[in-house]
Design a protein around this ligand. Structure first.
Ligand SMILES: [Zn+2]
Length: 253
């Protein structure tokens, strides 16, 4: 079953690449079929096999030799590995279905944000609705609703303060909606960790990147990927994270 999840996950990853490429440009994700963005040549099914075709073609279009970005195989592998790990962790349960929906959305949003600095509403709004629906099914819709509203409100407030103090836009509305989506799936309990972990990781990695680039201008860094990865960590490890926290703070429950 895990192997099946990996294979289906990789095939879904191929579709996810289409979403990453087309959604920011407001193109249909169904029509036309896969084609090379350079030469417009249609891509045959044997050139569209996740990871394998990319390796076999040496990362180039068969017809015009244009390079195919490594994001294609990377996202396919990440999807396959995620689906496989979740299948292994949850087995054939409804929990697995929820986890796969959340992780798939988060990976797609991560790559769109990395490439375009956008977190499109066509993904975050259905994501919030889906998270609330799953939470309703699991019987914790109150936590989810509070999570969605608080997730949006907290980041909105932080961004407002940041703008007031520094005069600069630190985050976008997409980030607020992404955190609302995480709250909808995982309840408000996820928010403190997600905000803390994503801010710390963002500050550290951002500082390293600024140092490496060492340019004068202010480099824009997308925040969505940090929120997304922090959310995935909480989804899988929230019991362990809470355990550490209680150990460190010396609270006995
Ligand atoms: Zn081509």
């Amino acid at each position: 079953m895990v192997l099946l999840a990996v294979i289906v996950g990789m095939i879904f990853g191929s579709f996810a690449n289409v979403c990453v490429h087309r959604i920011p440009q407001r193109e249909s994700i169904a029509f036309p079929g896969s084609h090379c963005p350079k030469c417009n040549h249609g891509i045959a099914f044997y050139d569209n096999i996740p990871l394998i075709s990319w390796l076999f073609l040496g990362g180039r279009c068969r017809h015009c030799q244009a390079t195919i970005t490594w994001r294609y195989p990377l996202l396919e592998v990440l999807m396959g590995v995620s689906w496989g790990l979740l299948a292994w962790h949850y087995g054939p349960t409804f929990m697995f279905a929820e986890a796969v929906c959340l992780f798939s959305l988060l990976w797609i949003l991560t790559f769109i944000d990395l490439e375009t600095f956008l977190l499109p509403n066509v993904l975050t709004f259905p994501g919030i609705a889906l998270g609330l629906a799953f939470s309703w099914w699991f019987g914790d819709w109150q936590d989810a609703l509070i999570g969605a509203i608080a997730g949006y409100a907290v980041l909105w407030t932080v961004a407002r303060l940041f703008l007031k103090i520094t005069g600069q836009e630190g985050m976008g509305y997409g980030d607020f909606k992404l955190l609302a989506m995480l709250g909808a799936f995982m309840g408000w309990q996820a928010l403190p960790f997600v905000i803390f972990a994503s801010s710390v990781a963002g500050a550290l990695i951002g500082a390293v990147m600024l140092k490496l680039c060492n340019r004068g201008f202010r480099t824009e860094i997308p925040f969505g990927p940090y929120l997304a990865v922090a959310g995935m960590c909480w989804y899988v490890w929230h019991e362990q994270i809470l355990g550490w926290y209680l150990d460190i703070s010396g609270i006995n429950l």
